[in-house]
Design a protein around this ligand. Structure first.
Ligand code: BES
Ligand code: MN
Ligand code: MN
Length: 469
């Protein structure tokens, strides 16, 4: 694409305003917007208002907080590019809890720069990424006075907590946000300097398996040998659901999965470097249990998983207590690939847990939350535009990958808005998302600002947007 002098002016403008962007990012990161903890309710409001101010500064119109019962949605739009496509930009301003806090090298809500990276909870997931998109739009408005396409923002504050509000909004009021494509920056790149488009995410089914044995806790000396032990029952159930060979033993699960295509395997084969080396470096362990007949890349994004997240019950304190608990539970999740869904997998799980439950114990599987995975057809102009924009920005061809994580609102956007999803993220896998010392590479923050501008400029060349006015 020919680079107009106006375009060059926008990029020069961005380079001159780096300090402002960094200050905005620090301000955003200082707000402890942990959506899952009720004591941070005021901070959710403050973070929403920060986003609202940013959208106003980006000269969006009709900037508003939408109350769906929980942390507000923040929306705004600019629709004056007649005949051009409309892009909906999505991200989230909420963050994960910080525990264990003693493992943080600097305080989680005091953003600190070390070695070109900004450390704070939410830096990469998702404040740094969502702010990059806002700053890109802001820069275009400031330097060019207009946008090349129509833009809407819809930024939520409950993503890390199930996203109930936005789900309700998109289900009930999709007509308020018509668009031709959805741009999301909440995913990874394959590595530093390697621009990447994620074309698939996994779904999730998070559940608690509750087990009950005797009517009350028992002395293990008096009753050991005859009493059912719910904790041990859960251990048996877990082992029965996934054995040493790494295969999930859930009859019916496999045949729900949509097969991986040859085209996809072709893209994955182009990914540079050794996945095993990267994993060893990032995880600090060089043995990779799981389905050995599938390559790690496939296991990490295009196969279902079954994981245990915590056992609850019995004696958890320091020391010893010889108790046989009357009740115990275990928190588990399955990551799902299309077309496995929480609806069609939960009955399989319930049935198998019942089958694996030993005598004297009663079990119950309770759904905690669920979300759909998705795969988007990459052969559409909005993804081609993103691929071109990222390649230009990083001066490197763009890779296509599937993500193992879940962004449950994305498939709902696709369904309700009839628009393709473009996951153009600027994070790196080892930036500690959901973990201590979360950080975001500042180079990628600035690339994200330029990249957003480039993306919107490429979209402007697409003919036939349905929603331009
Ligand atoms: N940004 C992540 C999704 C993600 C995870 C993208 C890993 C790329 C790599 C998102 O904020 C997230 O954490 N999603 C949750 C969703 C769940 C709570 C429904 C997840 O994947 O665990
Ligand atoms: Mn995220
Ligand atoms: Mn997250």
């Amino acid at each position: 694409m020919a680079v107009s002098s106006q375009t060059q002016a926008v990029h020069a403008y961005i380079d001159q305003h780096r300090d402002d962007y960094l200050n905005d990012l620090k301000t955003f990161l200082r707000i402890p917007s942990i959506s899952t903890l009720p004591k941070h309710k005021k901070d959710m409001q403050r973070a929403a208002e920060f986003v609202q101010q940013q959208l106003t500064a980006a000269r969006m119109e009709n900037v508003r907080l939408i109350d769906m019962g929980g942390a507000p949605l923040v929306a705004g739009e600019w629709l004056h590019a007649a005949g051009k496509p409309t892009i909906l930009i999505y991200g989230h301003y909420d963050v994960q809890p910080v525990d264990p806090e003693h493992l943080w090298e600097s305080k989680p809500f005091e953003p600190t720069i070390r070695d070109g990276k900004i450390y704070a909870r939410g830096a990469t997931d998702d404040k740094g990424q969502v702010l990059a998109m806002i700053e890109g739009v802001k820069a275009l408005m400031a330097a060019a006075g207009k946008l090349p396409v129509n833009v809407r923002f819809l930024i939520e504050g409950e993503e890390e907590y199930g996203g109930a509000g936005i789900e309700k909004y998109v289900t009930e009021r999709a007509e308020e946000i018509p668009c031709d494509a959805v741009l999301i920056a909440d995913t990874h790149m394959l590595g530093p300097g390697l621009p990447s488009i994620v074309y698939g995410t996994r779904g999730i089914l998070f559940a608690e398996i509750v087990a009950r044995g005797a009517a009350h806790d028992l002395h293990s000396g008096t009753y050991g040998g005859v009493a059912p032990n719910p904790l041990h029952a859960l251990a048996l159930i877990i082992a029965g659901l996934k054995g040493k060979d790494g295969a999930i033993k859930l009859p019916g699960l496999e045949k729900l999965a949509k097969p991986v295509t040859d085209e996809e395997r072709g893209w994955w084969a182009q990914h540079p470097g050794s996945v095993e080396e990267r994993l060893q470096r990032e995880m600090g362990v060089g043995v990779f249990p799981g389905e050995q007949e599938f390559a790690p890349t496939e296991r990490m994004a295009a196969r279902a998983t079954f994981e245990v997240h915590g056992f609850v019950g019995g004696f958890q304190d320091e020391g010893a207590k010889t108790v046989i608990p009357a009740e115990a539970k275990v928190k588990v999740s399955l990551r799902l690939v299309p077309d496995q869904t929480p609806d069609n997998v939960l009955p399989l799980l319930r049935k198998q847990v019942a089958k694996l439950t030993p005598p004297g114990v009663q079990t119950d599987v309770q759904l905690v939350h669920g979300g759909l995975g998705m795969v988007v057809d990459v052969h559409n102009p909005y993804i081609e535009a993103a691929s071109a924009a990222l390649s230009e920005e990083y001066n490197h061809p763009t890779y296509f990958l599937r993500e193992g994580g879940s962004i449950p609102i994305a498939p709902l956007f696709m369904e309700r808005l009839h628009a393709p999803i473009v996951f153009a993220g600027y994070g790196l896998a080892d930036e500690g998302l959901h973990a201590p010392n979360e950080h975001f590479n500042l180079d990628n923050f600035y690339h994200g600002i330029h990249g957003t501008v480039r993306y919107l400029e490429h979209v402007a060349t697409i003919k036939g947007g349905r929603h331009g006015k």
